[in-house]
Structure formats: structure tokens, C-alpha cells
Design a protein around this ligand. Structure first.
Ligand SMILES: [Zn+2]
Length: 297
């Protein structure tokens, strides 16, 4: 009898156990809900709550502008395979609205979550609501409630993750306030007005912006206005985002004396992990400090 035969016999004997084990695994997997987030920052936020249980999936592909999403077939499919969907809402990912409305699963619409405060410029709501950690707490709470209901087996784990996340955010708020407090009176400019929530929470000046919070293409008038504001207020810092062309910007606004620094408000380089959302905010804060702080000449 060779070893292969022995293996085959022992496999045969353990078959009922194997079947039981497989059934158990399938049942356990079915119980773990598949959380799908529309954009990276919400995926990172969700990862703080699902840590140790599951990894949230992401709809938006890298390099896509969330302000101008077009729903691809693969993204539609991902939404349809979700057990829980987390998105900002029609103020940002409007093209997803119809598909999401047709889903028969729990959907968390961040802009409507209890406790979330929206900033407006005129009648337009600023969609970058994840850059205020107070909103992050409210969105996480909404997700926690849905997760605990849908997956009671892991309810305690989700709760423990939430407790840890809130403690992380408390520490982060203090850290960023300390970091940026000396810069509260500094004027600054941004390419795209994505920093309204961040500025409001940390009592910074509202930045002059080339494009508004919806990221529509600026006209010549807007460019002219920004140039004047930069000169009149002696702005020394211009914050951009990954993918925006520094050189082109520099030429447009003739920014020879400007610090041009990139801040990744979408967390494009971060992978989902328990502390990834905190890292996103810390990176933004450090970019702001670097941009505003290193210009005493
Ligand atoms: Zn934006």
C-alpha cells in the first residue's frame, strides 16, 4: 500500500467531517456581509469598523474623478453583489443614484446620515464631507448599526472597532489642532475646493480656489480672480491634488513664489486597514502644514 492509497483511504474516512466543515465555512461566509463603498475615503472609513471581519470593496477605480463618475459595467455589477452599500450620496456620485435606488439591501447615504453636517457654498452642497472627522464618526455609527443588525455574530467585534476608531479620531483631532493652530490666520489657495470641511473643523481660513467644490472647469474670470486674491493677500501656499498638473498651474497663476504641495484627499495610495482613514487625514494635515508653514521668507 503506497502513501497515496493511505491518503485516499483516510480522506474517505474523514469525508463526513470534511462535508460538515465545508458547510460550516460556507455558512460563516454567508454571514459576513460584503460592504461596498463608492469612493476610497469611505472604503477606508468602513475598514476601521469591519477590521478583523471583512475588507470593504471599492467601486470607483483609481484615477477616476469622483465628481465626474460614469458607471462602468464592472462597477454596476459590484454594487449589485453588495450586501451593504456606503456612498456619499447624490451630491457627489450622482450617476450611481439610479442603480443604488434599485438595490434591495441596506444603503448608507453619508450625506443623510444622522449627525452629518453639510457645508454649502450658495445653494451647492460641498460633497467632501469625509474630511471632517465629526462627520466620519456619524457615518461610522450609521455603518455600525447596519453591520450589527445584518451580522449579529460579529456585533461585539464591530462595537470594539468603533470604540477604537472614536478614540483614534479624538487623538487625531487634538494632533491636527496642535499642528495647525499656529497657521490659523494664514491665507492659502487650492486648485480644487475640496478643503472646506477640513478648514472649518480646524478653524483655518477658507482657501481661495481655482475650481469650486464640484470641480467643474474654471473659466478665465475665475483664474483672474484667483491671481488677484493670491497677490492681494500675499498667499504663499497652493495646495493641489494628485493628478493635477503642477507646472501648468504654476504657469497659469504665475506662482513663482508659491509653495505648491500635493494633498491626497481621496487617499488614493492608501489600502483599507483599521487606521487608514486616520492616515488619510494625517497626510492631508501634514500637506497643509508643509504648504503653509515653510514660507517664512
Ligand atoms: Zn473633490
Amino acid at each position: 500500500m503506497n502513501s497515496r492509497t493511505i491518503y485516499a483511504i483516510s480522506l474517505q474516512r474523514s469525508m463526513p467531517l470534511l462535508v460538515l466543515w465545508l458547510l460550516w465555512t460556507v455558512a460563516a461566509e454567508a454571514a459576513t456581509p460584503n460592504v461596498v463603498a463608492s469612493i476610497r475615503p469611505l472604503q477606508l472609513l468602513a475598514a476601521a469598523i469591519t477590521d478583523g471581519v471583512s475588507t470593504p470593496q471599492l467601486v470607483m477605480e483609481p484615477g477616476q474623478d469622483p465628481h465626474h463618475l460614469s458607471l462602468r459595467p464592472s462597477e454596476r455589477q459590484q454594487l449589485q453583489q453588495a450586501d451593504i452599500v456606503l456612498w456619499v450620496g447624490p451630491i457627489l456620485e450622482q450617476p450611481l443614484e439610479k442603480v443604488i435606488a434599485g438595490l434591495q439591501i441596506p444603503v448608507i447615504t453619508a450625506q443623510l446620515a444622522s449627525g452629518v453636517t453639510l457645508l454649502h457654498s450658495g445653494t451647492v452642497a460641498d460633497p467632501h464631507l469625509w474630511l471632517d472627522t465629526r462627520n466620519a464618526r456619524s457615518i461610522a455609527t450609521a455603518l455600525l448599526q447596519v453591520l450589527q443588525k445584518r451580522d449579529s455574530e460579529h456585533a461585539l467585534r464591530y462595537q470594539a472597532n468603533m470604540t477604537r476608531f472614536v478614540a483614534q479620531l479624538d487623538a487625531l483631532d487634538t494632533e491636527i489642532d496642535l499642528m495647525l493652530q499656529p497657521l490659523q490666520s494664514q491665507p492659502w489657495a487650492v486648485n480644487h475646493q475640496a478643503f472646506g470641511y477640513f478648514a472649518a473643523q480646524h478653524k483655518l481660513q477658507q482657501a481661495f480656489a481655482l475650481t469650486d467644490s464640484t470641480n467643474s472647469t474654471p473659466g478665465l474670470q475665475r483664474l483672474q480672480t484667483l491671481r488677484q486674491q493670491i497677490a492681494a493677500r500675499h498667499v504663499k501656499c497652493l495646495l493641489t491634488e494628485p493628478g493635477e498638473n503642477h507646472q501648468q498651474l504654476d504657469t497659469m497663476i504665475d506662482g513663482k513664489k508659491l509653495n505648491i504641495v500635493t494633498a491626497d484627499v481621496l487617499g488614493t495610495t492608501l489600502m483599507p486597514a483599521a487606521d487608514a482613514y486616520v492616515q488619510l487625514l494625517r497626510q492631508v494635515a501634514m500637506a497643509v502644514k508643509h504648504c503653509m508653514g515653510d514660507n517664512n521668507d
